[in-house]
Ligand binder design. Structure first.
Ligand code: HEC
Ligand code: HEC
Ligand code: HEC
Ligand code: HEC
Length: 425
């Protein structure tokens, strides 16, 4: 071997060792989990934390209260109506017009629901479903009977908010889901969640709570409206059939339309979008891998990925964090603009229908059409407005849904004017 060949061989050997090491480090699964002896119904995260200190430490960061860098979402308890005054008209006659705050970390789940002005003496146990691991015990004891018990009684018994046992089996540390409404809805779609892959579970553990739902009349059982699919029009068509006798969440006092209230459809929106269709999971962005003292672990600080942008996006996107931030901000700005526009048109539609209904000899058939149109417009708007990512989880679907919402609202105004036989706007 010549001197040159020798040095090349040495260089090659160094490269192989170095990159081999890098590949092993990047590909390595996080710290191998030895199942610890945590009792079966241990709901106190501090007990789990003794065995899994890194996960516990990051979980405790869910107390963080800071704004999102793009100005949407964030972990501050601010009223959504500060930015969107149209919420007062659109949710008139129901509790969301009085109190509708931005969501914050999991550790506040029990506190925030207790303080909500939407909760009162008549509130049912169903509302505890997505706040605490104690739901497992309540359901074991009473089946769906728990949903009709007084909320205050179950709240008193729930000593810990969303925690380890909501997502992990304490004996094996495997991922699991315990919300019966999610398990049943998936069953009706032909999916047995006990047979789900690890990748699927990295989304299902979040999907058990971050979804649209309604309460079955009389029993207050929680039902997810997915029998026809998870797109906005498919869920609307499911509700049109008055499932389990469910007709409306409330009647709007101005338009007298039978209204639906949408609830955080994060899973539905995400799963029909680019990331959902490409096999990316909620945990990929919201629970990125972190490293401490040479140990790799999943971040359990479940918050805006913009606070961990590099760790959240760079494993898949090589364009860098400023690209990622710019993309998210652009998507959110256009979503916000269209959401505000459609929401404002809908507020005007409620007012137009009210004015039309006060006209003597109003055409009742046209008035009924106007009411159906404003119900539909508001569903299409709210299924976006109630979603948590301001469009990011599925930009194309969200913009199209909002465009339709705006169109239905104008059609509702047209129908109201025909009913009244005059121009209202
Ligand atoms: C909202 C659901 C959720 C909650 C709550 C939760 N985890 Fe996890 N946990 C996950 C997911 C998802 C993973 C990734 C699992 C995988 O990829 O196989 C994970 C992984 C882990 C792992 C494996 C190592 C790692 O870091 O990836 C440990 C250990 C762990 N969690 C402990 C805990 C402890 C302790 C708590 C409570 C303080 C907790 N988890 C709360 C969802 C959750
Ligand atoms: C047991 C139900 C439940 C599960 C499981 C759950 N969440 Fe949540 N999540 C909530 C509730 C309730 C809130 C709102 C808490 C509040 O505002 O007080 C919330 C809030 C959040 C927020 C807002 C935090 C902030 O800082 O503004 C994010 C992000 C989030 N969850 C992501 C996730 C992800 C990702 C998963 C799965 C790994 C998950 N959640 C699993 C119920 C759940
Ligand atoms: C490709 C990355 C990605 C995936 C996958 C993803 N998200 Fe998000 N999520 C984001 C981004 C980016 C935001 C916007 C954060 C902001 O505005 O600060 C967000 C926002 C949120 C918020 C509101 C956070 C806040 O600060 O109020 C919640 C809740 C949430 N996502 C839940 C989920 C759930 C549940 C899933 C899976 C069904 C999921 N996300 C999948 C990137 C992702
Ligand atoms: C686990 C892999 C993975 C992670 C993590 C991930 N992405 Fe993606 N992303 C993809 C894939 C796959 C696509 C589809 C197009 C492609 O192949 O590039 C995509 C597409 C996109 C697009 C273009 C399509 C669209 O829907 O607008 C944007 C923007 C994007 N990602 C932003 C982000 C941001 C911001 C984050 C971090 C918060 C992130 N991604 C995290 C895999 C990922």
């Amino acid at each position: 071997m010549s001197k040159m060949q020798k040095s090349l061989a040495v260089l090659l050997a160094v490269c192989v060792v170095f990159f081999g090491f890098v590949i092993v480090r990047i590909g390595a699964k996080p710290n191998v989990v030895k199942a610890a002896s945590i009792p079966k119904d241990e709901y106190d995260p501090a007990v789990w934390g003794k065995y899994y200190p890194l996960e516990y430490e990051s979980y405790m960061k869910n107390y963080d209260m800071s704004a999102s860098p793009t100005g949407y979402g964030g972990s501050l308890k601010v009223q959504k109506s500060d930015m969107q005054p149209e919420l007062f008209e659109n949710f008139k006659g129901m509790p969301f017009s009085k109190d509708y705050t931005e969501d914050r970390g999991h550790l506040f789940a029990l506190e925030d629901i207790k303080d909500s002005k939407r909760v009162g003496p008549a509130t049912k146990g169903a509302c505890i479903t997505c706040k605490t691991p104690y739901i497992e015990q309540f359901y074991k004891e009473d089946g769906w009977g728990y949903a009709n018990k007084p909320f205050a009684e179950l709240w008193e018994k729930s000593k810990h908010p969303v925690s380890c046992a909501n997502c992990h089996d304490s004996e094996t540390m495997n991922l699991r889901v315990i919300n019966p409404a999610f398990i049943e809805a998936m069953q009706r779609r032909g999916v047995d969640v006990t047979k789900a892959s690890r990748e699927e579970m990295r989304t299902y553990v979040c999907a058990q709570c971050h979804v649209e739902y309604y309460f079955e009349p009389e029993t207050t059982r929680v039902v997810l409206p997915w029998d026809k699919g998870t797109k906005p029009d498919e869920m609307y068509s499911y509700y049109a059939d008055k499932p389990n006798g469910f007709i409306q969440d409330w009647q709007h006092p101005d338009s007298k339309a039978a209204m639906l209230k949408a609830q955080h459809p994060d899973y539905e929106t995400f799963s029909n979008g680019t990331h959902g269709k490409s096999g990316v999971s909620c945990a990929d962005c919201h629970m990125p891998y972190m490293r401490k003292d040479g140990q790799k672990y999943s971040s359990h600080w479940m918050t805006s990925p913009l606070k961990t942008l590099d760790a959240s996006c760079s494993p898949c996107h090589t364009q860098g964090s400023s690209w990622a931030m710019e993309r998210v901000k652009t998507i959110q700005d256009s979503t916000w603009q269209m959401q505000h526009t459609a929401g404002t048109t809908i507020a005007r539609a409620h007012e137009a229908i009210k004015k039309a209904s006060e006209v003597p000899n109003v055409n009742q058939e046209e008035l009924a059409k106007a009411r159906e149109l404003v119900r539909k417009a508001q569903w299409f708007w709210d299924i976006v407005a109630a979603e948590s990512s301001m469009g990011f989880h599925n930009p194309d679907q969200v913009i199209s849904t909002l465009g339709q919402a705006n169109q239905f609202a104008y059609e509702a105004i047209d129908a109201a004017e025909r009913a009244a036989g005059m121009n209202i706007y």
